[in-house]
Design a protein around this ligand. Structure first.
Ligand code: ADP
Ligand code: MG
Length: 483
């Protein structure tokens, strides 16, 4: 019997997203990734006595963006607190955070559930805080090395209620958060570089019970797949504890990606008392209604809204609509194309098909595409008007048009002699040739093997070197074969 028949799993996620500001949360030090260790460490980052931190306005703006996009309530009166603890990568002895007074309260994130429908995950809060430095254990045989470049970079922590009910939902949730922060331009979402990190809180309760069980917390999982694996492993481990009649201890654990397991790092009883108090060096800050409104006015249309519009107003499939609203740049491109043509379905097919393949092949992003929306529409029209078939158009004309952005699709088609022949007398000549060449097949067809039509069309296509308009060919062939 699997554990899921006996227990419900309940999950709450804490996602840290590094904000894409140029400078740190409380000083001008650069936040660039991969710099030489300990080169972006001013006295403020190091917390030297007498230094005065100042809040980065952009970081506040970004946190509010995320809050508005998740329908949070925005707190107008804010301050930062010191969370006191000692750790080698935290030389100040405290982290500046907004533990009890988050800038964004409540809110929701829409996710796809296991059965393919959508539902909202309730957020508890989104708050601002600074990151710590990095301890590097594998660089030296005897010492741990500390790089403080990351100390003080701005993070938002997005905390859910215990409102996620499977490992797959957790996967969907983090995927959604990653998409959203990238869409809003507030975080690059790069999990390998640690721009997005996730702590997963997991508990089990007897099936149907409404009392939450004791949770364990798996810290700093650094890929979306590992979030899922960590939860799967923990659920199974907790079930075994409960099955054995023991009680779960509240614990902090870490994920071991080398074998997809978790191990304990500390028990909750040993937890620090952080002695939070308002940071005396940082002035509280008040947000006016008009400041918040100005940020709201700059927000792009959100992916969920776009997806609905694509489905309901443009008649796209759920799959296409979803794919086109995955990334802001892709949807911007699609929107620009649909300003110029009503053939929404073909626009989606072009972008999700040949254009995407081409970008993939050359390792480019859609921002680097040198095919202007009006050029894509030229291609699309060549096909719609029956002048060139889709596969010739996408494989032969599109790449040339991308490289010669001042040319036109029609000019390329003409100069390569790719325009489809819709001249019936020419097509009839090819048909005649095919019919004479295959008398046996013709008899079979006439006796009722209608599926052979595909073979004849194919032969005519070959003779025409792909230029005969297949619709006209089929019509004429059907007539000719009846004779
Ligand atoms: P802490 O400050 O110790 O991290 P919080 O109360 O802020 O604790 O909760 C952290 C996360 O744990 C939240 O995402 C919350 O939803 C989740 N959580 C709390 N209780 C449970 C539980 N019993 N099972 C699963 N998740 C839980
Ligand atoms: Mg926590």
């Amino acid at each position: 019997m699997s554990w899921s028949e006996k227990y419900d799993v309940v999950i709450g996620l804490e996602v840290h997203a590094q904000l894409a500001t140029i400078s740190k949360l409380f000083c001008g030090d650069s936040t660039v990734f991969g710099a030489k260790p300990n080169t972006h460490v001013s006295p403020i980052t190091l917390g030297h006595p007498g230094t005065l931190p100042k809040t980065n306005r952009k970081a506040v703006n970004y946190a509010i963006r995320m809050g508005l996009a998740c329908s949070c309530e925005i707190e107008k009166d804010n301050y930062f607190a010191r969370k006191n603890y000692f750790y080698p990568d935290l030389p100040k002895g405290y982290q500046i955070s907004q533990h009890t007074t988050p800038i964004c309260k409540g809110g929701l994130v829409r996710i796809k559930t296991d059965n393919g429908s959508f539902r909202n995950v309730q957020l508890n809060r989104i708050h601002l805080e600074e990151d710590a430095g990095k301890s590097i254990h594998d660089l030296d045989d005897h010492y741990t090395c500390i790089d403080l470049n990351r100390a003080g970079t701005p993070l938002i922590e997005i905390v859910t209620e215990p409102d996620i009910f499977s490992a797959e939902e957790a996967y969907q949730y983090v995927t959604e958060i990653r998409k959203l922060v990238r869409w809003l331009g507030i975080c690059d979402g790069n999990m390998e570089e640690g721009s997005l990190r996730c702590d997963a809180n997991i508990s089990l309760k007897p099936k149907g019970s409404n009392k939450l069980g004791t949770r364990v917390e798996v810290k700093n999982v650094n890929s979306i797949r590992n979030v899922k694996k960590a939860i799967e492993f923990e659920a199974e481990r907790l079930a075994a504890i409960l099955d054995a009649g023991k009680t779960v201890q509240q614990q902090t654990r870490s994920f071991d990606a080398s074998n997809d397991t978790t191990f304990a790092i500390r028990d909750k009883e040993e937890a620090n008392d952080y002695r939070y108090f308002p940071d005396p060096d940082l002035a509280p800050f008040h947000l006016t209604e008009s400041f918040i409104n100005s940020i709201a006015a700059e927000l792009p249309v959100l992916p969920n809204e776009l997806q609905e519009k694509y489905q309901n107003e443009l008649g796209l499939s759920q799959y296409d609509a979803h794919q086109l609203s995955e990334e802001l740049a892709t949807s911007n491109y699609f929107n620009a194309v649909t300003e110029l043509t009503d053939n929404y379905k073909a626009s989606a097919n072009w972008i999700l098909g040949p254009v995407r393949q081409w970008l993939h092949e050359y390792h480019l992003s859609i921002e680097q595409l040198t095919l202007a929306p009006e050029k894509l529409v030229e291609l699309l029209k060549l096909v719609d008007e029956g002048k060139v078939n889709f596969s010739v158009c996408s494989s032969k004309i599109m790449p040339l048009l991308i490289q010669n952005s001042h040319s036109t699709a029609l000019y390329i088609a003409e100069s390569l002699n790719l325009l489809q022949v819709s001249d019936t007398s020419e097509i009839e000549k090819w048909i005649e040739e095919v019919i004479t060449k295959m008398p046996d097949k013709v008899t079979e067809y006439q006796k009722g093997k209608k599926g052979l039509i595909g073979l004849f069309v194919g032969e005519v296509k070959k003779l025409s070197k792909g230029k005969a308009d297949p619709k006209i060919v089929t019509d004429l062939l059907e007539k000719a074969l009846q004779k």
